[in-house]
Design a protein. Structure first.
Ligand code: ZN
Ligand code: ZN
Length: 399
């Protein structure tokens, strides 16, 4: 069973009323979903007290992605040739002048989407596009249908198997275009297809395409010489090219995150730097040098001014995305060198409510950092090699 904190509204306390079913209670609930580096398992924890709520067995070790709504966590299993869906059990709904929060048990759903080598996951407005590299096929499902147990899967094919990505814009889909002569090499660009799968645009050139994210109404896609910036248009998505500024050194972005609450993008730029991107600014790119090589980074959805970068010396850094500066650093783990294989077990970062969580796979530990003070709060033991981590939750009223 799940546990959560319940606070009676201040007004009720002041008037000496006890909480009753007719009074709206404020509820806060956050959950962590943590997969293992080597075992086909997903742990579900209550982020507020660290209690384990459930453990789900997947087919293969999973990469975890949460939907924008937080209602669903997708377990993408490249080596299991399947994507499984977990109902997070937490759903927020907008009641206009206030928000409601409903909390139920987390559930591994029966619905799964099968195909060869799924890797990239993109949720855009509740349309989840999963790209299966082994087939060069994108499979698109609606989150609502997936939770209801009856997803109709829309397939969009490309010319050849490749490490690709798809992004759904309503009925339109942005789709990577493989390098026809050498499909195993990097991609040439993005094309747009309509509801019937017919091509509606010329190729938007984007050599070396890798990395995509959404922030506000914009989607950014990283290329060798700049970013494609896409947004919904009147008939079809409009796509523009934003070249890297000539103030940046030689390099490129290959991984992107989108700001929540503030519209910006955070990307890597070489092994030991990140870049803050505001596509609407005159000077769109600000590069921030890191003390050592970057392991992982995450944006803070609760405190939009901050993002976090974990570096191979075992430190977590707080990045102020407004000033573009690292404002605090905290030593957390033994060094995790970026030498060795890219997929070796190394820490991952997620933010849940008032805390930042960092997995420490070689120590079977989850570190908990107080988000306000940026000091370590406690450790939670997690069996095996805790690796990927996503958080869902929020606050709202229950009536
Ligand atoms: Zn309500
Ligand atoms: Zn990739």
């Amino acid at each position: 069973m799940f546990r959560f904190f319940r606070t009676v509204s201040a007004a009720a306390l002041l008037t000496g009323l006890s909480a009753t079913a007719s009074l709206a209670d404020e509820l806060t609930a956050w959950r962590l979903f943590i997969s293992d580096h080597g075992e086909p398992v997903v742990h579900v924890l209550d982020a507020l007290n660290g209690n384990e709520l459930a453990t789900f067995n997947t087919k293969a070790p999973a990469g975890l992605y949460r939907s924008d709504s937080g209602k669903t966590v997708f377990a993408v299993q490249r080596d299991g040739n399947i994507v499984q869906a977990i109902s997070s059990g937490i759903s927020a709904s907008d009641h206009g002048d206030h928000g409601d929060l409903k909390v139920e048990d987390a559930k591994l759903l029966d619905t799964a989407i099968a195909g060869t080598k799924p890797v990239h996951f993109v949720d855009h407005g509740g349309n989840v596009a999963l790209f299966f590299d082994g087939e060069g096929i994108a499979r698109i499902v609606s989150e609502g249908d997936t939770l209801a147990g009856s997803p109709s899967i829309r397939e969009v094919k490309t010319a050849a198997p490749h490490h690709g990505v798809a992004i759904a814009f309503g009925d339109h889909v942005l789709l990577t275009e493989p390098n026809k002569a050498k499909p195993e090499e990097l991609l040439v660009g993005i094309r747009v297809v309509d509801a019937e799968g017919a091509r509606v645009s010329d190729l938007h050139s984007c050599p070396d395409l890798h990395g995509e994210a959404a922030s506000g109404n914009l989607v950014a896609i990283a290329c060798a010489k700049g970013l494609l910036i896409a947004q919904a248009g009147e008939k079809e998505p409009s796509i523009e090219f934003l070249p890297y500024s000539d103030k940046l050194p030689e390099g490129k972005v290959t991984m992107l995150l989108g700001g929540k609450g503030l519209q910006y993008f955070l990307g890597n730029y070489g092994p030991s730097a990140v870049v803050l991107i505001d596509p609407t600014a005159d000077d769109a790119f600000r590069r921030i040098e890191l003390p050592t090589r970057r392991v992982h980074f995450a944006v803070d959805p609760v405190r939009p001014k901050f993002a976090y970068v974990f570096t191979e010396d075992g430190k977590l850094h707080r990045l102020d995305v407004v000033s573009g500066e690292i404002v605090k650093s905290l030593a957390l783990t033994e060094p995790y060198s970026m030498d060795g294989h890219w997929s070796d077990p190394r820490p991952r970062v997620a933010v849940a409510g008032d805390a930042i969580f960092v997995t420490d796979p070689l120590k079977s530990t989850l570190h908990v950092i107080d988000a306000a003070s940026f000091e370590k709060n406690r450790d939670i033991a997690i069996e095996g090699k805790p690796f990927n981590i996503v958080a869902v939750g929020g606050s709202g009223e229950t009536h």
